[in-house]
Design a protein around this ligand. Sequence first.
Ligand SMILES: Nc1ncnc2c1ncn2[C@@H]1O[C@H](COP(=O)(O)OP(=O)(O)OP(=O)(O)O)[C@@H](O)[C@H]1O
Ligand SMILES: O=C(O)C1=C[C@@H](O)[C@@H](O)[C@H](O)C1
Ligand SMILES: [Mg+2]
Length: 209
Amino acid sequence: MTQRIAEQNRDRDRKLAEIRRSLGTNSLVLIGLMGAGKSAVGRRLAASLNLPFTDADGEIEEAAGQTIGEIFAEHGEAYFRTGERKVIARLLENGPQVLATGGGAYMDPETQAAIKEHGISIWLKANLRVLMKRVGRRDNRPLLQVDNPETVMKKLMAERNPVYARADITVESRDVPHEIMVANIVDALSARLRVDGPGEQAGDAPKAQ
Ligand SMILES: Nc1ncnc2c1ncn2[C@@H]1O[C@H](COP(=O)(O)OP(=O)(O)OP(=O)(O)O)[C@@H](O)[C@H]1O
Ligand SMILES: O=C(O)C1=C[C@@H](O)[C@@H](O)[C@H](O)C1
Ligand SMILES: [Mg+2]
């Protein structure tokens, strides 16, 4: 039994090292709807890979000196999207890292192209029930500050899921411990590496070291 656990640990460490090596200067970029777990799971994924973690929403707030709610209220969504595009383009220069994007970021064609060039995109795909349960915990998401947030979420799912589906990797975001989500992402990345080889993971930046 102890031997089996030791073997599993070795297998996991081997996968983590392979992923880390294959990235070169590219980033692992988490995309998906509000509540998918990009921030919470991304932070733990970065820790497992011994990589820096960056949260685009946090960086936007820092650059603006305002919360996302304040930016939406004072300047509107279009202004937020322009800032988001610029901040993510800048952050993508800082790989290797795990980068959690805001829910709408991947909908922007320029951002999508930049992610393709500098990273591996990972869609955390969750169903409506899971998302609504999670976003109910906080009121920091301006798009959901409406009378019927579930109607908005359904509309966003219909609009965005076909676009998120272009991601390099899709991982189902379920109500399981965050560490299980990390293991699922590591397995998906590792499987993709085996299919594509270490040199085919993302855009033009150097991959293997
Ligand atoms: N696998 C999971 N199981 C249970 N709860 C989770 C899981 N993943 C995330 N959560 C919880 O759901 C909530 C929302 O997650 P998180 O903030 O990471 O979402 P997000 O994708 O970053 O959303 P946003 O686009 O709004 O930033 C958090 O309280 C988080 O701890
Ligand atoms: O899904 C969205 O459009 C958003 C998600 C959040 O991460 C924030 O980026 C902001 O609240 C907008
Ligand atoms: Mg987040």
